[in-house]
Design a protein. Structure first.
Length: 149
């Protein structure tokens, strides 16, 4: 039989391709989050250098080490959340612009809300991870730093 029809696009091939694409997107997301954590860490350490006297003064006026650490950590989480919210707003705008332009009325779907929540959670976790080192350093600032100024 030379005229036999052979199916080329089997379900297994499509499933393996989908699994490979998910792995690639997961890898790109992990790299992006790592870069975000490093960015938050850099901002936190620069802020700590500039605010060392203020934080030491807070300690001298009665703030506990944990109070100072929580203050710096909250700032880092806020930076992560604001960055995630900005990225989600941009992605939503692009989604609602590009999908109808590329697929017309067939692309009449909504932005996945779960992706937005996952992005906010990732931003908060990136802020926590990137702010941990500056928070610990801020908690250990010597009160004598204020006396030198």
């Amino acid at each position: 039989m030379t005229g036999a029809i052979v199916r080329v696009d089997t379900v297994d091939d499509l499933a393996s391709t989908l699994a490979m694409l998910r792995g690639i997107f997961f890898g790109v997301g992990a790299i992006t989050l790592t870069v975000g954590v490093i960015g938050v860490l850099n901002i936190g350490l620069a802020s700590l250098r500039e605010r060392a006297e203020e934080l030491a003064l807070r300690r001298a006026l009665g703030a506990r080490r944990s109070d100072v650490a929580i203050l710096v950590l909250a700032e880092s989480v806020l930076i992560g959340l604001l960055g995630a919210a900005t990225a989600i707003a941009g992605a939503t705008g692009l989604f609602h612009t590009l999908v109808p332009a590329l697929w017309g009325s067939a692309g009449n779907v909504g932005f996945p809300l779960s992706a937005g929540f996952a992005g906010l959670a990732a931003g908060a976790l990136a802020g926590l991870a990137g702010g941990a080192v500056p928070a610990l350093r801020a908690a250990r600032l010597p009160i004598a730093t204020v006396m030198r100024a």
